[in-house]
Write a protein that binds this ligand. Structure first.
Ligand code: ATP
Length: 433
């Protein structure tokens, strides 16, 4: 984990939030390479869960929502963690995280620690909207993106006229006042989620079938980010572990090296909890009338919910590899090509030979037209340039040398093996795309 944190900072993936002002705990900023990796992960979600499917619509709801939404969803009452306070230094921690408690106890060395009784702590982040103190309205930064979809259920029904079953997918920021943000991007206070709410007829057999199929779909999707079979597993929540809305819940977990299994993604059977509660609290009719069967019902919801930042972190942890190349130690990111922030780098063999630089610029311009994330680099010697690209996971490097000037071929180097082959310039795009 430390190696990833330092790589992220050094190479422009992720920085501590507002760092020059001392930072904010649990808040991170994405740098030039991190934002590309994150974008590629989100794009892959959007393609597979939304764009490629005829039964799913996309949407994007606002972050700020009135208090009543969160009363209806149960979050003002139930979205809580147990909090305990250290009687020596008054630091606060989650009572249900024994490893955090133990770590803190050790930090007090010889003193004997006393802890306060656990208190219920609500995770919603609140703010106010309005120009004057008297009229300002309490609003919440959404604690999960889910509710933005449920409150628009009727709008999507009325505008798109979908047939059942159908889904609504969305990607966006969520905010939680986590008591103990930790493990870098794993537990943040501001993070991004990618979710699908899939609405079905209220029927036990249909619920089971859809739940199984979305579990499988989610796991396949996660493997598509480049994980080894042994790095992921599915785990069912015990009844006392489930969120207040869940009839059944499973997690996809990732085996973090030296830390262990941690939640990456959840599949939740939310039943009719959300739509029923929003009907009650808003007064809007959120039922559906099926013309064919002449039935009116409140749909059930099967939810797939993943953290974007956790996916970024887990993809980086999985991709990080150390080996020896040309008798020197190296580290590289074995990123899947569709996720790599830079897909290909183009170099002139020597910086001080204008004819090589000119040709390299020509090849680069042509590639850049087709692969926008391509970069040009002529800094330092060629070995150093390869290492720099390896470290950030660039799958291919192209070098223009003297032979290029004679026969329109270049060397194409593979990141994982370091092997180089000579390729005709005219064949490059078919190999790289
Ligand atoms: P945890 O048990 O780890 O707190 P959760 O069960 O509360 O997570 P959900 O409410 O199911 O999480 O949220 C769905 C997904 O959002 C999670 O699988 C995770 O990937 C992501 N997520 C939740 N909380 C955070 C956080 N504080 N920082 C980053 N990602 C998060």
């Amino acid at each position: 984990m430390e190696k990833i944190v330092s790589l992220c900072k050094r190479r422009g993936f992720v920085f501590p939030g507002s760092e020059i002002y001392g930072g904010l705990s649990g808040i991170y900023d994405y740098g030039p390479l991190g934002v590309e990796l994150r974008h590629n992960i989100k794009q892959y979600f959007w393609t597979k869960f939304i764009a490629e499917r005829e039964d799913v619509y996309g949407m994007s709801a606002a972050i700020l929502m009135p208090e009543k939404v969160w009363q209806a969803s149960g979050h003002t009452e139930l979205f809580t963690d147990p909090l305990v306070e250290c009687k020596i230094c008054h630091a606060r921690f989650r009572a249900d995280q024994p490893e955090v408690i133990a770590e803190h106890e050790i930090s007090h060395k010889k003193e004997t620690i006393g802890w306060s009784e656990p208190k219920v702590f609500n995770l919603l982040v609140e703010t106010k909207l309005g120009a004057s103190e008297e009229t300002a309205m309490k609003v919440y930064l959404r604690g999960e993106i889910t509710q933005g979809v449920h409150v628009n259920f009727k709008n999507v029904l009325d505008s798109m006229h979908p047939k059942f079953p159908f889904g609504i997918g969305q990607i966006g920021k969520a905010f939680r006042n986590e008591i103990t943000p930790r493990d870098f991007l794993f537990r943040q206070r501001e993070f991004e989620q990618m979710e699908l709410q899939y609405y079905i007829k209220p029927d036990e057999a249909e619920g089971k079938k859809q739940f199984e199929s979305w579990k499988e779909f989610s796991l396949d999707w996660y493997y598509g980010l480049g994980f080894k079979k042994s790095s992921l597993r599915l785990r069912q929540h015990a009844p006392d572990e489930r969120a207040h809305y869940a009839k059944d819940a499973w997690d996809i977990e990732y085996n973090i090296p030296e830390i262990g299994w941690k939640e990456a993604w959840g599949i939740h059977h939310r039943g009719d909890w959300d739509l029923k509660r929003h009907s009650e609290y808003s007064g809007a009719d959120l039922s559906y009338y099926d013309e064919e069967t002449r039935e009116r019902f409140i749909p059930w919801d099967i939810e797939c919910s993943g953290g974007v930042d956790r996916a970024v972190l887990f993809v980086l942890l999985e991709a990080y590899t150390e080996d020896t190349m040309n008798e020197e130690p190296r580290s590289y990111l074995k990123l899947a090509t569709h996720l790599a922030p830079i897909r290909v780098a183009v170099f002139p063999l020597l910086k001080n030979k204008p004819e090589l630089v000119k040709k390299a610029r020509e090849v680069y311009s042509e590639i850049k037209r087709q692969i926008p994330s391509a970069v040009f680099d002529d800094n330092g010697n060629i070995g150093k340039r390869y290492r720099r690209q390896d470290e950030i996971g660039t799958p291919h490097c192209i070098t223009i040398d003297f032979e290029t000037l004679e026969n329109e071929t270049v060397t194409l180097r593979d990141r994982n093996t370091g092997k180089q082959e000579r390729v005709d310039i005219k064949n490059l795009s078919s190999i790289l795309l």
